[in-house]
Ligand binder design. Structure first.
Ligand code: UDP
Ligand code: MG
Length: 317
């Protein structure tokens, strides 16, 4: 086994969006924990934390400026781009300046103290270490079930997702380099990482509830992430449309033959329902199909423009 003997220089990337209620506590918890890891000779003393303020409109940035440990950096994005892009901004910043990076949410739902186990796994040769939650006991019924439904839907459409993993993970610098070769502007890290077949492992942790503030994943953001995930990684929806189209074609052929036989026997056709119901049904299928095709075209349109994925307002180092 390839064991990394030297103390790795680690960076911890924390995306934050409107986290004023909790960010000071998060800063303190992470800084103290990093100091412990340094004291225990587990990681290099040059290790650091990067807070990515994803265009917060509350006092998150000011609080970070005041409370930050001098080793911590802050990247302030010019506007809210969403969790995935905030993560990307952090990863782009640390690439080639770190041995490995740990991404963790700002709300202390991920177990900070599990970072230790991730570093052990890295030192044993792993390039990707997924945090896998054991329980989500303290989360709301809606949160638990919507998250479950979200990952079920993605897996049904063939997106290669790691079960029970949110964005708490360790990536080696080599993974960051490989990741930077994916140029797509529709970013869904959870789906991309399994495509990089470097040595991967997982550690279990206890997922707690949010310590403060509210979830920033509204139903709208969650749906948009799901549609983005599916259309970026799977052609199944388009294929389904083709299959439904084919089935409907054959069913209609059968029905037409049936109608012809009834006509030839000189009987009148039964009434309204048999005509109007299929009409409503088919209009529905057609609209849905157009919508799905539209999603893919919109995706191609976005990719061809190659626009920058985020803009940085300021970096505090
Ligand atoms: N977040 C972000 N930009 C957004 C939404 C969320 O940077 O547009 C951050 C947020 O501050 C948190 C992490 O992403 O650190 C996960 O968000 P949240 O805890 O609200 O999601 P949940 O845990 O409820 O799925
Ligand atoms: Mg959370």
């Amino acid at each position: 086994m390839n064991v990394v003997e030297v103390k790795p220089l680690i960076s911890i990337v924390v995306p934050c969006y409107n986290e004023e209620e909790i960010i000071e506590r998060t800063e303190r918890t992470l800084s103290n924990y990093l100091a412990t890891l340094v004291n225990d000779n587990k990681v290099s003393s040059e290790s650091y934390i990067v807070f990515v303020d994803d265009g917060s409109v509350d006092n998150t940035f000011d609080i970070l400026l005041k409370s930050r440990n001098l080793n911590s950096k802050i990247i302030k994005l010019a506007s809210n781009k969403g969790h995935q892009y905030a993560l990307l901004a952090g990863l782009d910043y640390v690439i080639n300046k770190t041995d490995c990076v740990i991404t963790i949410d700002a709300d202390l739902q991920h177990d900070v103290y599990a970072i230790n186990k991730m570093i052990d796994a890295y030192r044993s040769g792993a390039h990707i270490v997924y945090g896998i939650w054991k329980h989500r006991r303290t989360e709301t019924w809606f949160k638990k079930n919507s998250a479950y439904f979200f990952s079920l839907m993605l897996r049904m459409f063939g997106v290669p997702l790691v079960p029970r993993h949110s964005d708490f993970r360790l990536l080696s610098n080599k993974v960051l380099q490989e990741l930077s070769r994916y140029k797509e502007s529709n970013l869904f890290l959870r789906g991309l990482l399994p495509l990089i077949n470097l040595k991967t492992t997982a550690i279990a942790y206890e997922q707690s509830g949010r310590i403060g503030g509210k979830t920033k994943y509204t139903l709208k953001k969650m749906l948009s992430l799901a549609i983005n995930g599916i259309t970026s990684f799977s052609n199944v929806p388009i294929r389904l449309i083709t299959i439904i189209g084919l089935i409907l074609f054959f069913v209609t052929m059968g029905l037409s033959i049936n109608v012809l036989i009834i006509y030839l026997r000189g009987r009148t056709l039964p009434g309204w329902a048999s005509i109007s119901l299929p009409m409503y049904f088919l209009s529905g299928v057609q609209l849905l199909s157009l919508g799905v095709i539209g999603e893919y075209i919109a995706k191609i349109y976005k990719e061809t423009k190659c626009r920058p994925k985020y803009h940085i307002e300021v970096i505090v180092e």
